[in-house]
Design a protein around this ligand. Structure first.
Ligand code: 25A
Ligand code: L14
Length: 352
């Protein structure tokens, strides 16, 4: 009989954790048991896994006794505290936070793009940032066929990237704005929880995601640059593809958009060629029919595991250069689904 796994979800009550429960329920992983872990705030909460009623438990190191697989999304500091404890107890962890992504011995994996990297794991596998995942999903087929020289990306990121509380904040601000009330007091989390100032997102745009660094870039922009290089080139500082990013929060609850400008090595590539390789790539859906006004939109991407790509067009003033528009559900392919998909690959590849 094939092995069945004891699975724990750390951060089970969050925006990502709840979707992990759902994605795990739909996955091909043979499951013996599921344990839901969160902070003391949520202990005692009842949540469903398939038709089982489960009670959320407060996380302690011993929560991981007997666990084979951990899926985690409770913030970087929680992962740093608990995942080494889980590994010590024999578990393999797929972590959705930024805690371990840049560690040498931690694979950073989008299964369609670099599944082989999973073989090098030492107990922890990192899930990339949501914005990075959907960008490399769109660009990897292009890189494989035509080579990539440079990427210039601007993001249009949904509030849910900052968790369930940020979605709630956006809704409250929107209602207050429509009611003619001041919404500045509603802003408690965005642009980023840990920072000194908070600004309303409703009817607004915030060009800050995560903390701003002395370099002038936000940490989210830094992550997009270095994670892309680690995933595509296995070297976070590689110079083989030039990458730069501007990350902007927009008042959309779920699903990120990205305007991606890129240049390819093979300058004979046409926009139609780019469309063809993207359409053939597993997990990508080409939505590019300008005659019929078809292009990707966040409200249509919400709830789907796919990455949607459209508006592919050449830069007529530069050879081998293109623009495109990429949309995906940041809580699914950007987080919960990519995490569960990594776990499916670990099982399929015999790596747990
Ligand atoms: O900046 P950091 O530290 O990296 O944190 C990142 C945060 O962003 C989310 C996630 O928030 C995370 O906490 N996140 C991370 N990666 C993400 C991604 N790729 C991402 N979001 C989108 N895309 P979250 O709110 O969605 O989920 C947080 C989960 O972590 C649990 N948790 C927190 N501290 C913990 C812990 N688990 C174990 N030990 C700890 N010390 C957290 O559980 C949740 O499951 P919880 O018990 O704290 O309760 C969550 C419940 O409370 C509600 N809630 C959230 N915020 C507030 C709130 N209620 C009142 N006031 C609030 N401010 C939620 O609705 C939920 O029911
Ligand atoms: O690095 O606030 O995975 O939108 C992804 C969501 C960082 C924060 C990560 C957000 C997080 C980001």
């Amino acid at each position: 009989m094939s092995k069945e796994y004891n699975v724990a979800i750390l951060g089970a009550t969050g925006a990502v954790g709840r979707r992990m429960i759902d994605q795990l329920a739909k996955s091909t992983i043979p499951i013996k048991s599921v344990k839901l872990l969160a902070s003391s705030r949520s202990a005692g909460t009842h949540l469903k896994f398939r038709d089982q009623d489960l009670v959320v438990e407060e996380t302690t190191p011993d929560s991981f006794n007997g666990i084979d697989l951990v899926l985690s999304s409770a913030g970087g500091s929680v992962s740093k505290k608990f995942l080494p404890e889980a590994v010590k107890r024999g578990a393999v962890c797929v972590d959705n936070t930024s805690a371990f992504r840049m560690d040498e011995d931690v694979p950073l994996v989008v299964p369609e793009v670099n599944p082989e990297a999973l073989k090098n794991h030492h107990g922890i596998i990192a899930n990339p940032n949501c914005s990075t995942i959907q960008m490399v999903m769109a660009l990897e087929p292009v890189r494989r066929k035509f080579g990539l020289k440079q990427i210039i990306v601007s993001t249009y990121q949904a509030a849910s990237g900052a968790g369930q509380a940020a979605i709630d904040e956006l809704k409250k601000e929107s209602q207050d704005y429509l009611d003619g009330k001041d919404m500045h007091e509603d802003a408690q989390i965005l642009p980023t929880k840990g920072d000194k100032k908070h600004y309303p997102l409703a009817f607004n745009l915030l060009p800050q995601i995560d903390v701003l660094e002395d370099s002038g870039y936000s940490h989210e922009e830094w992550k997009m640059i270095h994670e892309t290089k680690k995933i595509m080139l296995n070297d976070m500082n590689s110079k083989d593809i030039k990458v730069t990013a501007t990350c902007v929060r927009v008042p959309v609850p779920i699903a990120h958009g990205e305007s991606v400008y890129f240049t390819v090595e093979d300058e004979s590539a046409t926009a139609e060629d780019i469309m063809d390789v993207i359409a053939d790539f597993p997990g990508d859906v080409l939505q590019d029919d300008i005659k019929n006004q078809i292009y990707p939109q966040p409200i249509n991407a919400e709830g789907s595991r796919d990455t949607f790509v459209g508006r592919i067009r050449p830069d007529y003033e530069n050879k081998g250069a293109f623009n495109m528009w990429v949309v995906s559900d940041n809580l699914l392919k950007g987080a919960a689904w990519n995490t569960v998909e990594n776990a499916e690959y670990l099982v399929k590849m015999g790596l747990i």
